[in-house]
Design a protein around this ligand. Structure first.
Ligand SMILES: Cc1cc2nc3c(=O)[nH]c(=O)nc-3n(C[C@H](O)[C@H](O)[C@H](O)COP(=O)(O)O)c2cc1C
Length: 204
């Protein structure tokens, strides 16, 4: 893979990453570049025992439309009809960009680790989730660095079976999160911060 150039320093990029809900389909970054950045993140994000349990599916254009149709129809079956307008409006917002990243963890690898290292059995699913969260942050921040806006969504496990079927994915890939992205067209909401001093203790 070619060198992935960083446009901002690391800490600035961490602070600049926000939940961006106002996104459009205007293609300001090529699909190839997005694929390259995501592949780089998947390759370099750490995992317990270097188990590399994360799996990612990137959906562009009509493929992501299929995803948001699955979410919409799944919700239509369970949300009371008089409340569905708000749900539909949220679906329209989340599907307004040009892609969605799906994050998974391969449960077969996790089961194998549990058998191999039984004394850590209970930890592997926790570490798997932690590692996937790290990957989510890396990809979220990397998309921000490319000038894109993204948010983090969780319609799993409601949509798991349909997603596995639609894209013919291995049954062992468990869906963890969905990240719709696109050209940012609205500012993020004002973010409140608790005093950081109260959240950190330093001893020296
Ligand atoms: C583990 C995790 C789960 C989240 N789940 C959702 C979600 O399901 N839907 C959503 O809109 N935002 C979700 N968020 C986004 C948070 O609400 C958001 O990151 C937080 O309010 C801080 O705002 P910021 O992302 O703009 O910095 C999630 C964030 C994290 C870290």
């Amino acid at each position: 893979m070619s060198e992935v150039q960083s446009k901002q320093d690391f800490l600035s990029a961490i602070a600049a990453r926000r939940s961006i809900y106002g996104i459009s389909k205007e293609r300001i970054v090529s699909e190839e570049r997005i694929e390259e950045v995501i592949a780089y993140a998947v390759k370099h994000t750490p995992s317990s025992f270097n188990s590399q349990t994360a799996r990612v599916v990137v959906l562009f254009g009509e493929q992501q439309d299929k995803l948001w149709n699955i979410v919409t129809e799944t919700l239509r079956a369970i949300v009371p009809a008089d409340q569905f307008e708000a749900t539909q409006s949220r679906m329209n917002t989340l599907s307004a960009g040009y892609g969605t990243v799906l994050f998974f963890e391969d449960q077969d690898v996790i089961k194998g680790l549990q058998e191999q290292f039984s004394s850590y059995k209970d930890n592997f699913p926790i570490w798997s989730n932690q590692s996937n969260g790290m990957l989510q942050l890396v990809i979220w921040t990397a998309l921000e660095q490319e000038g894109l806006g993204a948010s983090l969504q969780h319609y799993n496990p409601l949509i798991d079976a349909e997603v596995t079927k639609e894209w013919n994915l291995p049954a062992s890939w468990q869906l963890v999160a969905q990240m719709p992205f696109g050209k940012p067209v609205a500012d993020p909401s004002v973010k409140e911060f608790q005093p950081v001093d109260a959240r950190i203790k330093v001893f020296k």
